[in-house]
Design a protein around this ligand. Sequence first.
Ligand code: SF4
Ligand code: SF4
Ligand code: SF4
Length: 582
Amino acid sequence: METVHLKINNIPVEVPKGYTILQAAKEANIEIPTLCYLKDINCIGACRVCMVEAKNRRGLLAACVYPAEEGLEVFTNTPAVIKSRKTTLELLLSTHHKKCLSCVRNNNCELQRLAAEYGVDEDRFTSEEPIYEIDDASPYIVRDNNKCIQCMRCVAACKNVQSVSVIGPIKRGFAVHVGSAFDKSLNDSPCVGCGQCVVSCPVGALTEKSQEDKVWEAIADPEKQVVFYTAPSIKATLGESFGLPVGTNVDGKMTAAIRRLGEGVKIFNMDFTADLTILEEANELIERVQNGGTLPMFTSCCPGWVKFVEHYYPEFIPHLSTCKSPQAMFGAVLKSYYCEKNNIDPKNLFVVSVIPCTAKKFEASRPDLRSNEAYDDVDVALTTRELARMIKRAGISFNELEEEDYDAPFNKATGGGAIFGATGGVLEAALRTAARTLDGEFKKVDFEEVRGPEAVRTVTYEVAGIKINVAVTSGLGNARQLLEKIKKGEADYQMVEIMACPGGCINGGGQPLLSDSIRNYVDYKALRSKALYDYDAAAEFRCSDESPVIKMVYDEYFEAPGKEKAHKYLHTTYVPRDKYYK
Ligand code: SF4
Ligand code: SF4
Ligand code: SF4
């Protein structure tokens, strides 16, 4: 590997050729501040916060785009550099609605942090502040351009990572702002709801549509019985909101905290319906393979991916598994089986799912997922961030809590259900159960070949004389490339797992927001995934079909995978959507 040698603040550094000054500085343990740069997503040198000085170079250099050159001597902290950064921040603040006290990003905002570190005068430059209407028409994302600093990270996440491109800069000069085509609401665009724009935003301009108040109201209502369930990935991420290291598993503390949100609140384990999805999905795959059904079969548990197919590749709708997602299955199980068994009027059962993304808020509002026309199966879908805010507001000392278990009867699940939160996990769990169904003697449990960060993983397995070609990918840009290959007949698979968010739900658009220092320099996706794989490795049951809760619900209600009642409550349909509208 060719390297270059340079000095950063007089410290000699050797880095691979092609590194930028920003990357080289990190090698010398010097962090240069950034606002628009985001690793692997946005590198446009636009915000000018990362300016540095270099010997024998005129003016200041943008460290995020300027290459680390042989012999270069860089200074990251000179009076000229500090003055430039301070002025840039003061100019940004001149048009920024400084409502820090009530902003959901208070104490977690990159602009606020830098303003404090550089001691800026927030009113040094005054100007006529443009007033933008807040776009809160969609059921999942709110855009407040009055707080936008036009870093273009959201635009890059939507275009470069997701290949969706429904947002971009509109107008020119002082009037420029970010929005959807023709300045329409996001709700009137073919946005898939993934929320990757939200987790990329350094300030409070993009947030999930909060439903916390609805949950507080239900908790205070004596008529309502409130039940929560948490998606597989939440246990691996919620702790970050309470200052715990990335990748800390907080399963037991999370259940204890939710139970303390109000009297009578129950907390169930969504890994159970991840297992249930596997039973139905493995059965569907075997049916399709043995009876000439539409192949490859695509997983359908990610609503961002499902909406992407509906908008952009409706011809692939028959390839989507008809299984509802674990979130939607749990809502259906609760408002049918659970209510019948416990003599509860489904209208009085208030169902709250805690989920990793904004797409699942959209999913909860889909009329085609209702198992009864009179009510939604899922009343509210809260992101991990919203749950953390509720726990904080309730005054619960999260880190001090003793670990507690989930509530019966949906307290037991398998490692197969838990790994749903990481890319490859759904396919691995399906392979575990499908292999055991086809060959009772099949012993392999760890399908490590489908795990990992590569853009697309493809593997061929042979079970009971049947060859199964599988593929896994995450991130919709990668998904689009895979779909184009399948369309051209260049790829032949039986089953394909696709998750909209790069790395899967552990990196969902509703997960805790990480500072630039973590996002740009730490492999947080690997750490969060590891928490789930460690949980799986230590689980009492590894294969979804071994779960005692699964056996209970089939014996008492759904009979067997794919049977009539299972089909009625656990499967769904999809709609082709216009490419230009919702
Ligand atoms: S939610 Fe996803 S698809 Fe929609 S604007 Fe954001 S990044 Fe783009
Ligand atoms: S909404 Fe956020 S991410 Fe998008 S341009 Fe504005 S500040 Fe940047
Ligand atoms: S990958 Fe997970 S977090 Fe991302 S949109 Fe899909 S379900 Fe949501």
